[in-house]
Ligand binder design. Structure first.
Ligand SMILES: Nc1nc2c(c(=O)[nH]1)N[C@H]1C(S)=C(S)[C@@H](COP(=O)(O)OP(=O)(O)OC[C@H]3O[C@@H](n4cnc5c(=O)[nH]c(N)nc54)[C@H](O)[C@@H]3O)O[C@H]1N2
Ligand SMILES: Nc1nc2c(c(=O)[nH]1)N[C@H]1C(S)=C(S)[C@@H](COP(=O)(O)OP(=O)(O)OC[C@H]3O[C@@H](n4cnc5c(=O)[nH]c(N)nc54)[C@H](O)[C@@H]3O)O[C@H]1N2
Ligand code: SF4
Ligand SMILES: [Mo]
Length: 679
């Protein structure tokens, strides 16, 4: 008998609605689930579900190593779950007692490309409850620039590109045809109805050949293309002046000597210390309290000398003036030289932007995997701010999710443990601020004890020996560990050195809760409970069950709802007034419509303040004092990626770091500000 069970595919970020076909208890096929908010297609990876479940290569029982790590044959023996979990808990407890919880690092595979989406909140809850700030994620490779560097500009992530209503679409180092089908199908639909699609991608087998304009850019030169576009929009006056004046910090005056925004108390004895200064229509400085709705009609550009109340002369310019100065050298000829693009193509791109289209864009790993990823995303985000398209129909809109509770609140981890995250000193604004560390910093801690010794690793999936840089060094670090546990569906090169390898279930063998999908507001409002579709093989367990079982062994029963997973899901769902039992009755998912509006930044709150943006100036930050304070460039710019043939001696001297956030130790040659004041 054939059963058709509605659910969704977990295998990548697209989470396409899917019907799993089960015959006599066996998974035999996957079909499209119509009317699911993610879309109506499945890719080859999704259709491979039967092969994944039935693969003879799957891990099915807990394995324990009986020979030394450097032995050719690990001497795996099968053990019971209880034996494995008891010994693992004992070892972790001992290391924590001797060296602190930070001596145990964790790893998690990317939820963007794997079924880890079912469990990562549980796993993070476990890690934080255990007390470790050290979780190796791949965020520095693909999430940092898109989510966090973007947030340095807008105060939040990239939002969802509203392809359905866009006039123009930019795919910037992103190939959704391979990696996010729900995006790819919407982009194809948009193009059919006349939207212009621009693909910035060096590779011929990306999305470029289906584009209206394909910019085969030199790898890592994307910042120059964006800076040139900023120059063009400013030079031709074709940016959204109203948005930039009102909602970016471009109108605020910067003290050229310190690089800091002028505060009202520097100019007027009764000025508020947290108010900024802008220019009125006549070019005179006036206080600007960005907590409130912006006053319009001042001068966006301008530079002047002002006497401070202590008698000092201050040389000041608006942040927008500094941006214009910074972008000025990026003429089409210079951009062409830096990007290896034709001037005609560059001008066609800039001309499209200058028509002020409803503009949606997505950038991903193509611009995220260079050492200058933060600079690139700052430049792209600043360009996007100048178009004024954000949070409007056809632009990148910020969703309003239904109210639910997360399981992985970072504050489960006490502040004194948060402060020990590996790499936090070097990357204070980077992933370590969220407890996500790089494989590089993990290996340094294991091999060199810098800044302290890491003794053990527990990884839920991931294969960072292969998927991150410095494979040999990462492998050496694994071999130098005292204790390693790996949890996976399959054996992999990172798992081979482990003391215990535990078998994870595939997504079709377990229940799961999905709060919100990603492609539209409607998708974000959809909550779906995906039931188990086939019986698990062997002794496999879901990652969330393994995390909960270990938590119980380590005395974290309260944090883990006494081991009752469904109680945890109900805790998450409680603010919606539903529970797992209700959702089981709606296998296609249930929608929880929210009050959605565009231009959320313009909402006036009950206390009279404006919503604004979640940045230090409450405006979109084309100029970032926060970055300056941490030794980075406050303005967007093009920076050569490490190892580039165009790297100059000055670039070599600068301390360009791989991953996270590249900090420039040497003063920027084109900088508008002195860098000696970083207080
Ligand atoms: N089927 C499947 N889907 C997945 C995943 C998976 O493993 N399998 N993984 C998921 C994950 S974790 C992620 S992060 C995403 C990644 O999703 P994408 O970022 O869409 O990944 P890629 O297909 O590698 O596309 C990146 C594109 O950037 C281009 N590129 C390379 N260098 C540059 C450059 O310097 N500048 C520009 N402008 N472009 C450049 C490449 O040629 C490539 O076409 O996919 C997710 N989806
Ligand atoms: N050469 C190259 N390197 C890359 C990339 C690239 O495109 N090319 N992409 C980069 C990006 S964007 C990312 S995000 C990283 C990803 O890097 P990783 O997270 O290391 O991902 P994978 O290499 O796919 O290894 C995933 C491992 O996790 C296991 N796994 C998958 N799902 C689950 C699950 O639900 N539970 C458990 N327990 N295990 C699971 C798989 O079986 C596999 O062994 O790689 C980065 N490195
Ligand atoms: S695009 Fe992603 S979610 Fe959709 S079928 Fe393919 S792997 Fe599954
Ligand atoms: Mo990724």
């Amino acid at each position: 008998m054939k059963q058709r069970l509605p659910g969704y595919c977990t295998l990548c970020r697209s989470r396409c609605g899917a019907v799993t076909v089960v015959e006599d208890g066996r998974l035999v096929g996957v079909e499209v689930l119509n009317n699911h908010p993610t879309g109506g297609a499945l890719c080859a990876k999704g259709r491979a579900a039967p092969e994944i479940v039935a693969s003879p290569r799957r891990l099915t029982v807990p394995l324990k190593r009986t020979r030394p790590r450097d032995a050719a044959d690990p001497g795996w023996v099968e053990v019971s779950w209880d034996e494995a979990l008891t010994e693992i808990a004992d070892r972790l407890r001992t290391i924590r007692a001797e060296s602190g919880a930070e001596a145990v690092a964790f790893g998690v595979t990317t939820p963007s490309g794997t079924p880890m989406v079912d469990s990562f909140e549980w796993v993070e809850r476990f890690i934080r409850g255990f007390g470790s700030p050290n979780l190796i994620y791949a965020v520095e490779i693909c999430g940092w620039h898109k989510d966090f560097a973007h947030a340095l500009t807008f105060g939040r992530g990239i939002g969802f590109p509203d392809y359905d209503n866009a006039d123009a679409i930019i795919l910037w180092g992103h190939n959704p045809a391979r990696t996010w089908l729900a995006q790819a199908t919407r982009i194809a639909d948009a193009r059919r109805r006349g939207a212009k699609v621009v693909v910035v991608d060096p590779k011929p087998n990306g999305s470029g050949q289906q584009a209206d304009l394909w910019l085969r850019i030199r790898p890592g030169a994307d910042g120059a293309l964006a800076m040139g576009a900023i120059r063009h929009l400013i030079a031709t006056g074709s940016f959204d002046a109203d948005f930039v004046d009102a909602w970016t910090n471009g109108s605020l005056l910067v003290d050229r000597a310190t690089g800091r925004f002028l505060r009202a108390d520097a100019l007027w004895p009764d000025g508020a210390p947290d108010a900024f200064v802008r220019l009125d229509a006549s070019g005179s400085p006036v206080p600007c309290d960005t907590r409130y709705a912006p006053e319009r009609g001042g001068q966006l550009r301008g530079a002047l000398s002002i006497r401070a109340c202590d008698g000092r002369m201050i040389s000041a310019a608006t942040a927008f003036e500094l941006l214009a100065e910074r972008a000025a050298p990026y003429t089409p000829d210079r951009v062409a030289a830096l990007t290896w693009l034709d001037v005609a193509d560059i001008e066609a791109f800039y001309a499209l932007l200058a028509t002020r289209p409803r503009l949606a864009y997505h950038s991903w790993t193509g611009v995220g995997q260079h050492t200058n990823a933060t600079s690139i995303e700052r430049a792209i985000a600043s360009l996007y701010a100048l178009t004024g398209a954000c949070d409007r129909p056809g632009g990148n809109r910020w969703p309003v999710p239904p109210p639910t509770r997360p399981l992985n609140d970072y504050n489960i981890l006490p502040p004194e443990q948060q402060a020990k995250a590996l790499g936090l000193a070097e990357l204070p604004l980077g992933p370590p601020a969220k407890g996500w560390i790089t494989a590089r910093d993990f290996s340094r801690a294991v091999l060199e004890g810098e800044p302290y010794k890491v003794r053990a690793l527990v990884a839920f999936g991931t294969n960072f020996v292969v998927s991150q840089g410095h494979s040999e060094r990462n492998k050496a670090a694994l071999n130098a560990l005292e204790f390693q546990v790996h949890i996976d569906m399959f054996m992999n090169p990172t798992a081979e050195s482990a003391d215990f390898v535990l078998p994870a279930s595939t997504p079709w063998e377990r229940d799961a809760l999905k709060i919100g999908f990603e492609i539209t507001q409607q998708a974000v409002e959809t909550v779906q409970f995906r039931p188990r579709m086939v019986e698990p093989i062997g002794a496999v367990k879901a990652d969330y069950e393994i995390a909960a079982a270990l938590a119980l062994k380590l005395g974290m029963g309260d944090l883990f709802f006494g081991g009752d997973i469904e109680a945890g899901w109900n805790y998450q769902l409680a603010p919606l007034g539903v529970g797992v039992e209700d959702l089981r009755k709606h296998p296609e998912g249930r929608r929880f419509p929210q009050a959605f509006r565009d231009e959320k930044y313009a909402v006036t709150r009950e206390d009279g303040t404006a919503a604004g943006f979640a940045t230090p100036t409450r405006r979109v930050e084309i100029y970032s004092e926060l970055m300056l304070r941490h030794g980075y460039d406050p303005l967007p710019d093009h920076v050569e990626p490490a190892g580039s043939p165009l790297t100059t001696a000055a670039d070599e001297r600068s301390d360009v770091r791989c991953q996270g956030l590249e900090r420039r130790a040497s003063p920027d040659r084109r900088s508008a500000v002195h860098r000696d004041d970083r207080a």
